[in-house]
Design a protein around this ligand. Structure first.
Ligand SMILES: *Cc1c(COP(=O)(O)O)cnc(C)c1O
Length: 348
C-alpha cells in the first residue's frame, strides 16, 4: 500500500543535499581548515567556534537508550515544529496536495500548511474528542499526503483511541503523523513501538514539555529509515545548535528527575481538578492525559481577563471549534496552582 516513492515530491526525490564540511570529512584530524570557522575561538568562556554535528549523533545515542529506537530511525529537529514543517516540504506539493487535520488540535499543523501553500481538509473530532473515521475516509483523495493526529491531544487533553489510529495506519497510503508531545504524562503506550509494523508512521515527540527544555528547541521524529533519510536531506544542515546539543545531553542523563516531576505534575493536576470543579462558573473539566486541563466555563472571556489583571495567564480556547467557553490551564507548581484557585474565589 504505502510506498515512499508514491508520495515524495519529485524535486525532493531528485534533491542533491547540501554537503557541509562536517559531512565531507568525519574523523580525528588535528587541524581543521575546511569550514571557514574562527580557529582562535569564541569571545567568551564557552567555546562554540566549531560547527555542530549536523546529525546530532551523541544526542541520538542517548535517545536510543531511552526510547529503544536506533539512531537511523530518529530525526532531531529545532523543536518538533521543525519536523512538522519538514514533513510538509518533503511530501506536499504546494498548490496541489492536501493534508487532513482533525480539529480542535495543535495550531502549527494549519500554520505550516498555510506557509507551504498546502490545502487543509478539516474533519472535526466527535463530541467525545475522538476521530470521525468515516469522515476522514471520505476526505481522503489521491492528493492527500499527511494526516496529523495529536495524542494526547492539545487542547482537549485526551488520548485518541489507539485502534482508530491503527485503522488509519493500515488503510491510508500516505503518512500518519502521531504527535506525542504529551505522551510522558499519559498512561497510553507510545506508538514508537509500532514503527516496525507501519512504514507510513511518523511519531513526533519533544523535549519541550515533560523534559523541561522548551527553551532549547529540541524535537524528535521517529520513523522508518527511508522517511528519516528524506527528512535529514531536507533539513537545514546545522539545524540543532551546539549549545542545545550539549545541554540536551546533560538533561537526557537525568531521566530520574523528569520521572519524579511527571508524578508530581499528575498529582497536582488531580488537585487542580478537585479545586476547580466546585466553582459555579465551571461547567465541565475534560479528562486529561497531559500536563494541562481543558475547562468549560460559563464566561471564558470574563475569567481570562480577570486572571490577566491578577497577573495569571491561561490559554483562552473559547473561539476554537468544539471548545466554546473553554480555558486551557497548564498545571503549575503547587504555589502557582493554589494562587490560581485562590484568585478565582474572587471572580464574580
Ligand atoms: C508544544 C507542542 C509541540 C511543540 O513542540 P516543540 O518541540 O517545542 O516545537 C508540538 N506538538 C504539540 C501538540 C504541542 O502541544
Amino acid at each position: 500500500m504505502f510506498s515512499i516513492n508514491n508520495i515524495l515530491r519529485e524535486n525532493i526525490k531528485q534533491l542533491v543535499p547540501y554537503s557541509s564540511a562536517r559531512d565531507e570529512y568525519q574523523g580525528e584530524a588535528s587541524v581543521f581548515l575546511d569550514a571557514n570557522e574562527n580557529a582562535f575561538g569564541s569571545p567568551m568562556e564557552q567555546q562554540f567556534n566549531r560547527y555542530p554535528d549536523p546529525l546530532q549523533f551523541e544526542v541520538k545515542k542517548r535517545l536510543t537508550k531511552i526510547k529503544g529506537v536506533p539512531p537511523r530511525n530518529i530525526f532531531v529537529g529545532n523543536g518538533s515544529d521543525e519536523a512538522i514543517d519538514i514533513l510538509f516540504r518533503s511530501f506536499c506539493n504546494p498548490g496541489a496536495d492536501n493534508v487532513i487535520l482533525v480539529p480542535p488540535t495543535y495550531g502549527m499543523y494549519q500554520v505550516s500548511a498555510n506557509i507551504n501553500d498546502v490545502a487543509v481538509k478539516n474533519v472535526p473530532l466527535t463530541e467525545e474528542f475522538q476521530l470521525n473515521l468515516e469522515g476522514i475516509a471520505e476526505a481522503i483523495d489521491k492528493n492527500t499526503k499527511l494526516i496529523f493526529i495529536c495524542s494526547p491531544n492539545n487542547p482537549t487533553g485526551n488520548s485518541i483511541d489507539r485502534t482508530d489510529i491503527e485503522t488509519l495506519l493500515a488503510n491510508f497510503s500516505g503518512i500518519v503523523v502521531v504527535d506525542e508531545a504529551y505522551i510522558n504524562f499519559s498512561r497510553q503506550k507510545t506508538f514508537i513501538q509500532e514503527l516496525t509494523e507501519y512504514a507510513n508512521l511518523v511519531v513526533l515527540q519533544t523535549l519541550s514539555k515533560a523534559w523541561g527544555l522548551a527553551g532549547l528547541r529540541i524535537g524528535m521524529a521517529f520513523a522508518s529509515e527511508e522517511i528519516i533519510e528524506v527528512m535529514n536531506k531536507v533539513k537545514p544542515p546545522y539545524n540543532v545548535n551546539e549549545a542545545s546539543q550539549q545541554l540536551a545531553l546533560q538533561a537526557l542523563a537525568n531521566i530520574e528527575q523528569v520521572n519524579n516531576w511527571i508524578k508530581e505534575i499528575l498529582l497536582q493536576r488531580d488537585k487542580l481538578v478537585l479545586g476547580l470543579k466546585d466553582f459555579d462558573f465551571v461547567v465541565d473539566i475534560y479528562p486529561s492525559d497531559a500536563n494541562f486541563i481543558l475547562v468549560k466555563t460559563t464566561d471564558a472571556n470574563g475569567i481570562y481577563n480577570f486572571l490577566v489583571e491578577k497577573g495569571i495567564i491561561v490559554r483562552n480556547r473559547s473561539k476554537v471549534e468544539l471548545c466554546e467557553g473553554c480555558l486551557r490551564i497548564t498545571v503549575g507548581t503547587p504555589d502557582e496552582n493554589n494562587l490560581l484557585l485562590q484568585t478565582l474565589q474572587n471572580f464574580k
